[in-house]
Structure formats: C-alpha cells, structure tokens
Design a protein around this ligand. Structure first.
Ligand code: MLT
Length: 269
C-alpha cells in the first residue's frame, strides 16, 4: 500500500481538503490556516512534495493518494480546494469519486490539457531540474508565480524557501505528469456540486479567461477575480482569498450529506 500523505489536520466542522500547487508543498497554505475557525482543514503534501513519500506519477495517482488519506481520516464527503496543479488533481479526484466532493474551489487553474509545445517545454525543464537541481525553478519559475509587484520581498522569499525544500526527482516527475494530464473539459458539465473559481487578475501563468471558461461550463459555478493578485493568489491577497472561500464554505455547508465527519481526529490549530 502507498504511504499515507504527510498532512496538517486543523480545526473542527465540515471537512475541506486543500491541495497545493507546483513546485510547492502544504506550507503554501499557511495564510489559510485562519479558515480553521470555520471548518476542519486537511492539508496534505502531494506525493513526492514536502514531507510526503511517493512520486507524483500522474494527476490520477495523486488524486488516489488524497482519497486514501480522506478514507484514513474517515472524512466521508468533503469540500475540495485546489490551486493550480492542486486544481488539476482536484478535477481528477472529482472525476474518480464525484460522490465524495460536496463543493469545489478551483483557484488559479485550468481544465484543459497542455499543448504539444507546452509539453515539450515541461520536458526540457524537467531535464534541467534533474541535471542542475531545484535552483533552476527558484530562478526561472518562481518569478512567474507572482505578480510583478511581489517578485521581491517576504512573499517571494517564503515561496523560494518552500521550493528549495523539495527534491529534484519528484519535481521533474511532476512536470512530466502535468504535461501528460488529461483534458478535463468534457467532464465539467457533469460536476453537479457548487464550484467557486478564484483567479488573480495578474496571473501570468493561467489567464482569467480560462477560469471564466470553467465556471461557464459547470452547472453551478461562479468566479471571484482578485485584483492585483498573481498566480499564487492565496499568498498574495490572503484576505480577499480567505473572504471568498469563507463565504463559499458557509453556503456549501447547506449541501445534503456535507457535515462534520464523525470519528476523525479534529484538533484546534
Ligand atoms: C502550479 O502553480 O501548480 C503550476 O504553475 C501549474 C502549471 O505549471 O501548469
């Protein structure tokens, strides 16, 4: 059996699982710990990232690892919040187990697959990460994750530290897995739960239009655009991000079958 994902388990109430982006770890969700006043937050390191063993072999394999953690914690039905690569995994998880997902937040992400050109660029970057180490991403990739106004300073330093704590092998594997990910667009009309899209107006990796396309394709979607935020909108504009998620959490709790899991560990943050 695959090893259990390293994770934080904070707060009490209806369970929400938070999935981080690339090339980060669960540490990127530090500003969202405040949401544990309203809900139980389960925040894993995806396979191969942070303190988790295993390999990010595919979006489906990562989704299965998250489902195994949810089973272990006896979460039952839960809310799912994925940012960027975490959004790719969230969509894969919903496709594999739609009955487990009561509500979905898709932040700074997209539903389509990579073009051949994008896949080739990922492969070239994966080889450089294998040959030269994670510093390649710290220098070449991190600036794109942030809006121009925040490419220096505390947020940028925090992001660099999170990236440096990851290992080159899994990062290269994740790049290849993202390049090979499936087109999830045909699945969108079948997502019956409420969906909140969150986009940063300054996202240089995934434009707002891709978020508009997601919320238009799902039956119950709406979008919040965070002004001035880049790709890592949760870190750049945490108050706006948390406010949007908090409101959505309150609405989502009225969903049938979405209630605090019984029996699982829930401790105060
Ligand atoms: C991420 O933030 O997870 C990545 O930038 C996603 C991607 O490269 O497609």
């Amino acid at each position: 059996m695959a090893p259990l994902l390293a994770h934080d388990d904070l707060g009490r109430g209806a369970p929400w699982v938070l999935l981080h982006g690339f090339p980060l770890s669960r540490r990127m969700w530090a500003p969202q710990h405040a949401l544990a006043e309203h809900a139980r937050l389960v925040i894993p390191d995806l396979p191969g990232f942070g303190a988790s063993d295993g390999a990010p072999a595919s979006m489906d394999a990562m989704a299965d690892a998250v489902l195994a953690l949810a089973d272990h914690l006896r979460l039952g039905t839960f809310g799912l919040l994925g940012l960027s690569m975490g959004g790719y995994v969230a969509l894969a998880l919903h496709r594999r187990a739609p009955e487990r997902v009561a509500a979905l937040v898709l932040a700074d992400t997209q539903a389509g697959a990579d073009t051949a050109e994008a896949r080739a660029k990922r492969e070239a970057l994966a080889r450089r990460v294998e040959d030269e180490g994670v510093e390649v991403l710290v220098e070449g990739f991190v600036p794109n994750l942030l809006s121009p106004a925040r490419r220096e300073g505390r947020v940028a330093e925090d992001v660099r530290a999170i990236v440096r704590a990851n290992r080159p092998g899994p990062l290269a594997a994740a790049l290849r897995a993202m390049g090979a990910r499936e087109d999830q667009q045909p699945w969108l009309p079948r997502i019956g739960c409420p969906v909140l899209g969150i986009a940063g107006s300054e996202d240089g990796i995934i434009p707002v239009a891709k978020h508009e396309a997601i919320v238009a394709a799902v039956p119950r979607g709406r979008l919040v655009v965070l002004r001035g935020a880049g790709h890592l909108s949760n870190l750049e504009v945490p108050e706006g991000f948390n406010g949007a998620v908090r409101g959505f959490m309150a609405e989502a709790e009225t969903q049938r079958g979405f209630h605090p899991a019984r029996g699982g560990p829930a401790r105060a943050p």
